[in-house]
Design a protein around this ligand. Structure first.
Ligand SMILES: [Fe+2]
Length: 263
């Protein structure tokens, strides 16, 4: 059995290779039909060996993801060509009553350290997200991706805010400390202390706009059950409450890894 953390490289030493793998999010609507969604929802409840809950009341289950890749290889390869070559698949099914705040989806450094900090041959690459349902079903909500990819260990971003955050990730409270932002072309994006533009993107976000200070929007799109989208693990993203707002939603996140220096 592979231990994922044995595969992961020291991110701090391989940024110049990692930045060459960036792409814009790839979005496919209506990829999964109602039967597929029912199968996936049942799988998330009954076929995953791990489960946990965070302080926000978000439930996570995980494990046994190879079975999902085997069943849906063709569809998943449409969203992310090469995904089935990943040596391991991380991720989770989630059921949440809360917006996900601003974060990236790479690997937490403490988990890699606890495993011995071995410089493996793979790096976090791209993730696929499959929305499963939202309640009420007519909720109209969005996910927003920023141009900034933070080629660094997983973290949550909470600029100049002191409140507690329900997360197992480290929390960055001053973006001026970050010198690892890159755009889709792999060019450095030094952080600039200015208001996020354009501000209209913040409609239906129950958040202080200062949390997004210095960030630039790359794309915002509807979060719809049956769709799937792939995005760089490093790319900063956040979801909104929507209008009509949702009060609970569920999805499947699958995380894929790529060999360093592979083209
Ligand atoms: Fe995420």
């Amino acid at each position: 059995m592979t231990n994922l953390m044995d595969l992961i490289c020291n991110v701090d030493q391989h940024r110049s290779s990692i930045v060459k793998t960036f792409e814009k999010p790839n979005i496919l609507y209506n990829l999964f039909d109602a039967d597929d969604l029912a199968w996936l929802e049942d799988f998330g409840r009954t076929q995953t060996p791990n489960s946990r809950r965070n302080d926000n009341g978000t439930l996570f289950t995980s494990g046994n993801f190879r079975s999902i890749i085997n069943r849906y290889r063709r569809k998943l390869e449409q969203v992310l060509p090469g995904c089935s070559d990943s040596p391991d698949i991380d991720g989770n099914f989630f059921i949440t009553p809360h917006q996900y705040g601003l974060h990236n989806d790479s690997i937490p450094k403490n988990k890699w350290h606890e495993n011995g900090a071995k410089d493996g041959e793979y790096h976090p690459w791209r993730n696929i997200l499959i929305p499963l349902w939202q309640a009420p079903a007519n909720a109209d909500s969005q996910i927003l991706f920023f141009k900034q990819r933070d080629v660094d260990w997983a973290k949550v971003y909470k600029h100049k805010q002191t409140e507690q955050v329900a997360t197992t990730y480290p929390v960055c409270r001053d973006y001026a400390e970050i010198d690892t932002f890159y755009d889709v072309k792999g060019t450095r994006m030094p952080w600039q202390d200015k208001r996020m533009e354009p501000a209209e993107y913040m409609l239906h976000f129950d958040e202080d706009i200062d949390r997004f200070r210095g960030l630039e929007v790359e794309i915002m799109f509807d979060w719809k059950p049956g769709m799937a989208f792939a995005f760089d693990s490093w790319q900063l993203h956040t979801t909104n409450k929507g209008n009509p707002a949702w009060h609970q939603k569920s999805g499947l996140l699958l995380c894929f890894f790529k060999k360093l220096w592979a083209t």
